[in-house]
Design a protein around this ligand. Structure first.
Ligand SMILES: *Cc1c(COP(=O)(O)O)cnc(C)c1O
Length: 364
């Protein structure tokens, strides 16, 4: 029986491994371990790629969202409207600032619904936190209109969408600021925890500088209580190296997605790139009847899949008692979503095998 892994974090290509080892070795040799030159070089490269003036490297995606909210002065008494369907880090980052997350419904493409956002705006709403879910940029045109109408701050959680595009504009270039996770599962992945915040706003950039360093300026004076959230130099060195291979890697994921679509569109609901968009397929999330049985069937035949996520954020025990919002479509879709393996190390044979197995399950 064939095995198709959901993720494969081994680095099996010899030249890639050697390049990463060399990058790490350069850090060992220069010894500037904390905020070393690779951090600055990586920040500059990311700012350029995201069409932004400033970038701050931080130690995780969770801290990227959390610290960006703090930099935007979101705090107790404020409401932040976000999607019901995301990794829990999104809601946690809001809650940790002392603000209240308000959960909006999603469209069938699994991204936040701008009309649902509009209906949740109230006097305490300060910020809009859309998540570019599965590697697809949200409808930022419509969301921008809602935000403009109500003078809301927009922070993109672009963790799943590094280098994705919406109408020619790159993820991370839409809001007042954007946060990315670069953890080992993401499309641009460190070999450990990492994240970045990008912005054009000088003041937000300045605030990020001290918020990621216990709230301290000039190494001594603490302006606001905060965490230690700096990006590691070793991870920056690895990420700089990985940036070079990113276009090829994303191309591979998009090719895998196209192969799935061609074989499976008649059988299950497959994700589509909207007109003029360039999705990066952090996940290839299908929507299927009898989802749990399909997952078990694939598992038995060696195909590893994931449900991202079995619970909506407002359904989590941490939020269930107090969660606010309205998300009927998310409640429906969370029963139907299934992520098929899409990573760049998969070969056309692997994708074919997954397709055969899905088709076999539905008996078509
Ligand atoms: C991965 C992820 C995060 C959290 O990132 P970490 O680096 O794991 O802390 C936040 N938001 C979204 C949408 C994510 O996918």
């Amino acid at each position: 029986m064939k095995k198709v892994s959901f993720l494969d974090l081994r680095i099996r290509d010899d030249s890639e491994r050697q390049a990463l080892l060399n990058a790490v070795d350069r850090v060992f040799q220069h010894g500037r371990i904390v905020l070393g030159p690779e951090v600055t070089a990586f920040e500059e490269a990311v700012a350029r790629m995201c069409d932004r003036r400033h970038c701050a490297g931080v130690n995780s995606g969770t801290d990227a969202v959390y610290l960006a909210l703090r930099a935007l002065k979101v705090g107790p008494g404020d409401e932040v409207i976000t999607t019901a369907l995301s990794w829990i880090a999104t809601a946690n980052a809001i809650a940790l600032t002392g603000a209240t997350p308000v959960f909006a419904d999603i469209r069938d493409d699994l991204n936040i619904n701008p009309d649902a956002v509009q209906s949740l705006v109230g006097p305490k709403t300060k910020c809009l936190l859309p998540v570019h879910y599965t590697g697809k940029v949200c409808d930022m045109t419509a969301l921008g209109e809602v935000a403009g109408r109500h003078k809301l701050i927009v922070l993109e959680d672009a963790s799943q969408a590094f280098s994705a595009r919406h109408r020619g504009k790159v993820a991370g270039s839409f809001g007042h600021a954007a946060a990315f996770s670069l953890n080992p599962m993401k499309v641009l992945a460190a070999c450990g925890e990492a994240g970045v915040v990008v912005t054009d706003d000088e003041e937000i950039a300045k605030r990020m500088e001290f918020l990621r360093y216990n709230g301290c300026v000039n190494r001594e004076t603490c302006l606001e209580p905060s965490v230690n959230g700096r990006l590691d130099t070793l991870q920056a060195a690895i990420l700089l190296e990985r940036l070079k291979g990113l276009p090829v890697l994303v191309g591979k994921r998009r090719k895998n997605a196209a192969q799935y679509r061609e074989r499976l569109s008649q059988v299950v609901v497959c994700p589509l790139d909207a007109n003029g968009d360039y999705d990066v397929y952090y996940t290839f999330t299908i929507q299927a009847d009898r989802r749990d049985a399909l997952k078990a069937f694939l598992e038995q035949r060696g195909v590893e899949t994931k449900i991202q996520h079995p619970l909506l954020m407002p359904q989590q025990p941490a939020y269930a008692k107090t969660a606010r919002g309205d998300y009927p479509n998310a409640l429906r879709l969370v029963q139907r979503v299934l992520c098929l393996p899409i990573h760049e190390k998969l070969e056309p044979d692997d994708i074919d095998y997954v397709c055969d197995t899905v088709v076999e399950f539905f008996g078509k």
